[in-house]
Design a protein around this ligand. Structure first.
Ligand code: NAD
Length: 428
């Protein structure tokens, strides 16, 4: 069945963006699903609910501005919705739909009891003052309030949102409820019910799954050359963990450009530089290189931790790494995915590789509900175990069926979601 043909009337067929990537992925997975679950697969190609909101705010100069906001709950069969909130000028309904669907699959791959959701506001937050950003966040949180709740839908940070934004959402929701509702968002500051270990959790999951894959393909992490695209929450933590494990981070890229040092960059110094200068360019002991050349850098491991659709037919043929880890959601186009497969490059897919964030978000939610907080050692140990077990399950399934890791991860996740539907039955 060609799922791409089943496009809802509220999306424009010409501008499907990442939603099309997701539908192609489901097309590739369907033949591998258990025969009794396969007829249920169309459930995965339609989001359960999508909320589109207008977010009007008063700017500091007294004028009013309007922003488009979204919250999509793709699937709630296995539990409340869970997924981040993105602030970015390119946010669209189709993008948020895809991100929410990937959350459905991801939460099932690591077997946390959540459905998939995602939110976004179409805004360039760099153009807003802190006060404007707070007003935007509070108004958006109020507009999507009817979707939210610790047992309904629990947002978290994504691109350009952070623990301060999560604290504002928690406070806004709490004001509307008339009580402090800690469990309504994760990725909060530790002082407000956040979890130790959450900040680095996604990067840590990227690192742990890469170590697992490297072991299986006979690659040593100590001395491995690593290139990382994206130097934010995910990319910076992953780069730092690789460097701490003795790998050489030879190239980094952020939205302002790329830097290179074949002898290895100082990741911590690069972070200090990028915080002070809002760019990686000029970081100590680094040479700037063209963004296009970043992809051809001589590296063993490539971590894509920026945005969707970065590894495409334009650069997939130039990548020299043997192992690619998807820290970002949807960084590889379906066409590029086939090129990488043909070239024998191992790709650890997003729904597995970046699931560390939602795993520790799950721990945060559990800690908030039980009002009992764990140590960082406990959190990291539980995270590492879940990531290793999920990796092994996906790797073994891929080997057993002779399929790519992405297909195997989707089969595992989608079968768990569809089995939940099968057991729950169709209402009414
Ligand atoms: P972030 O805003 O902290 O950092 C994003 C980084 O990517 C920045 O360094 C930015 O400069 C860079 N970037 C943006 N556009 C770029 C471009 N076109 N080319 C090169 N670099 C670019 O965001 P984040 O939280 O690190 O998220 C990165 C990716 O990881 C996203 O796809 C997000 O959905 C995914 N993800 C994040 C988490 C999390 O816990 N934060 C969890 C799972 C997945």
């Amino acid at each position: 069945m060609d799922n791409v043909a089943h496009i809802p009337s509220y999306l424009s067929a010409e501008h499907l963006g990442p939603w099309e990537t997701y539908l192609v992925q489901i097309d590739r997975v369907e033949p591998h699903l258990a025969a009794d679950l396969r007829p249920l697969a169309p459930i995965l190609t339609r989001p359960k609910r999508a909320l589109i909101v207008d977010v009007p705010i008063r700017l500091d100069n007294g004028e009013m501005a309007h922003f488009e906001g979204y919250r999509v709950q793709h699937n709630l069969a296995r539990g409340p919705g869970k997924g981040g909130i993105r602030y970015h000028p390119d946010v669209t309904l189709a993008e948020v739909m895809a991100l929410s669907a990937w959350m459905t699959v991801k939460n099932a791959v690591v077997n946390v009891p959540f459905g998939g959701a995602k939110g976004g506001v179409r805004v360039e937050p760099k153009t807003l003052s802190l006060a404007e950003l707070e007003r935007l966040t509070r108004r958006y949180a109020s507009e999507i309030n009817i979707f939210l709740g610790q047992d309904k839908d629990i947002p978290a940070p994504d691109i350009n949102t952070n623990e301060q934004v999560m604290a504002w959402i928690m406070d806004t929701f709490s004001m509307n409820e008339g009580k402090t509702a800690m469990g309504v968002v994760t990725g909060k500051p530790v002082s407000l019910g956040g979890s130790l270990g959450r900040k680095d959790a996604t990067g840590r999951g990227v690192f742990v799954t890469t170590v697992e894959a490297a072991q299986r393909i006979g690659m040593s992490i100590a001395g491995a050359r690593v290139a990382v695209q994206g130097f934010g929450n995910v990319g910076e933590a992953a780069a730092r963990l690789f460097a701490d494990a003795g790998a050489k981070v030879v190239a980094l890229q952020d939205s302002t450009g790329s830097i290179h040092n074949p002898r290895g960059l100082d990741v911590r110094a690069a972070k200090v530089w990028s915080l002070a200068h809002h760019t990686l360019i000029g970081a100590p002991d680094s040479e700037p290189i063209d963004n296009a050349d970043f992809w051809g850098v001589d590296a063993d491991i490539l971590v894509a931790a920026a945005m969707e659709n970065q590894i495409t037919t334009a650069n997939a043929g130039r990548i020299r790494a043997r192992l690619i880890t998807e820290g970002a959601n949807g960084p590889t186009s379906p066409e590029a995915d086939l090129i990488l497969q043909e070239r024998g490059i191992t790709v650890i897919p997003d729904v597995l590789a970046n699931a560390g964030g939602v795993t520790v978000s799950y721990f945060e939610w559990v800690q908030d509900i039980s009002a009992f907080f764990w140590t960082e050692e406990e959190i990291n140990a539980r995270l590492d175990r879940i990531m290793r077990e999920a990796f092994a399950a996906v790797w073994d399934a891929a080997r057993a069926k002779g399929i790519a890791l992405r297909t195997a991860a989707f089969v595992l996740g989608c079968e768990r979601v569809l089995a939940a539907h099968q057991m729950r039955g169709l209402y009414p």
